[in-house]
Design a protein around this ligand. Structure first.
Ligand SMILES: *Cc1c(COP(=O)(O)O)cnc(C)c1O
Length: 388
């Protein structure tokens, strides 16, 4: 039977230790998670500013539910585009300093929409090898030639751009790489895009709200110009603490995306409650310098505290702090020892990261306290002492 094959494949995943296991949380997203009655300090979420459970967002959502109801009823292009969605797009565009923004239900869908409307099978996509899965999928969907360059290797990329004969070229990159925490060389990538007349699409899932003045993101961090060839995607389920995403840029690009982006057109608009919560979130992000300063202080505290431990801490200045263990089993064993001490840090293994670089992906949030970071440091030191 055809389902017997699935059973074999599932058993194989289990044998290789690659089965994904979900845990059900019995408390809201925050630094303290509750799983199976156990209280844990969690270093897993992308809620970098601690807004996911913020009273102002909750109040905005409650008010919006009372006023607008919970469902949008249709896609944006038919009758699902309500006032809170429209307002959100206007505020997002102003916030990131672009003429127009289009709001999407998820970042995955925004990425699936943007690339195929700009390039097709006559064209070429140049993508960083460590890009997020959604950027790989959108390149496949576009059916363009898909050239993956070694992580951050500008010379390699320049050589390929110079020799490629495609009609249109598009450079595709994460701004902050999600498993390493490092920044893409965006000013240099923008120069290459100018030199070779290419689009530059930047996925700022992990920079939006965190980096740049007022948290305006990675493009603002590097003070890049509002060029028509530069297209920004930002997600709203990470630092913004809710869900959804946006694409911002030149009004012609955004209009074309709205007309032609299939993952935009053929899906129901997300709830107006979400849009209202995001409007409240945006205000807290703008006024969030204290939160960002606290987050930076926690990052510095963690990095200083990890100095001298036997594992390699990747050079990241963002909330994503990967501690490379190397061996898969060793990474899992370390994560389990931490868990036994009430600390939840995910172990990330291949194929999500390159073979031999299994790691603990510590993610920090402005909602963490210094004492919580210290607890993690003490537990890690304890693990070293016991291993020695
Ligand atoms: C999380 C993430 C996405 C997907 O965004 P969702 O809103 O969660 O669908 C896209 N790109 C990157 C780099 C991400 O980290």
């Amino acid at each position: 039977m055809i389902w017997d094959e699935l059973e074999t494949s599932l058993a194989q995943l289990a044998d290789e230790g690659l089965l994904r296991r979900r845990r059900t949380l019995d408390a809201p997203c925050g630094p303290e998670a509750v799983i199976d009655g156990q209280r844990l300090i969690a270093f897993c979420s992308n809620d970098y500013l601690g807004l996911a459970n913020h009273p102002a967002l909750i109040a905005a959502a409650q008010e919006a539910a009372a006023h607008w109801g919970v469902g949008s009823g249709a896609s944006h292009a038919v009758s699902g585009h309500l006032r809170p969605h429209a307002e959100l797009e206007e505020r997002l565009a102003v916030f990131v300093g672009r003429e127009r923004a289009l709001y999407f239900t998820t970042g995955y869908m925004a990425n699936l929409a943007i690339v195929p409307v700009l390039v097709d099978r006559h064209d070429a996509i140049f993508a960083d090898r460590l890009n997020h899965a959604s950027l790989i999928d959108t390149a496949l969907l576009a059916r363009a030639e898909h050239i993956r360059y070694p992580h951050g290797d500008l010379d390699w990329l320049a050589g390929r751009l110079a020799h490629n004969r495609a009609r249109r070229k598009l450079i595709l990159t994460d701004a902050v790489f999600s498993m390493d925490g490092d920044l893409a060389p965006l000013p240099e990538l923008f120069d290459l895009a100018e030199r070779f007349d290419a689009w530059l699409v930047v996925d700022d899932a992990h920079g939006f709200g965190v980096l740049g003045p007022n948290g305006r993101g990675s493009l603002a961090h590097f003070a890049l110009p509002a060029s028509p060839r530069l297209i920004l995607m930002g997600t709203l389920g990470k630092a913004a603490g809710v869900s959804g995403a946006f694409v911002a840029g030149d009004p012609r690009v955004i209009e074309w995306l709205m007309q032609r982006g299939r993952p935009y057109i053929f899906t129901t608009a997300s709830s107006p409650v979400i849009a209202a919560a995001l409007l409240a979130s945006l205000e807290l992000i703008v006024a969030g310098d204290d939160r960002r300063a606290h987050l930076q202080a926690l990052i510095a505290r963690l990095r200083t505290g990890l100095d001298g431990l036997p594992w390699r801490l990747l050079p990241s200045l963002t909330a994503i702090q990967p501690l490379v263990i190397g061996d898969n089993q060793a990474a899992v064993a370390l994560a389990e020892r931490l868990l036994a001490q009430g600390l939840w840090v995910p172990a990330i293994r291949p194929p999500t990261v390159p073979i031999g670089t299994a790691r603990l992906r510590i993610s920090l949030s402005a909602a963490h306290t210094a004492a919580q970071v210290d607890a993690l440091l003490a537990a890690l030191r304890d693990c070293v002492d016991h291993a020695a």
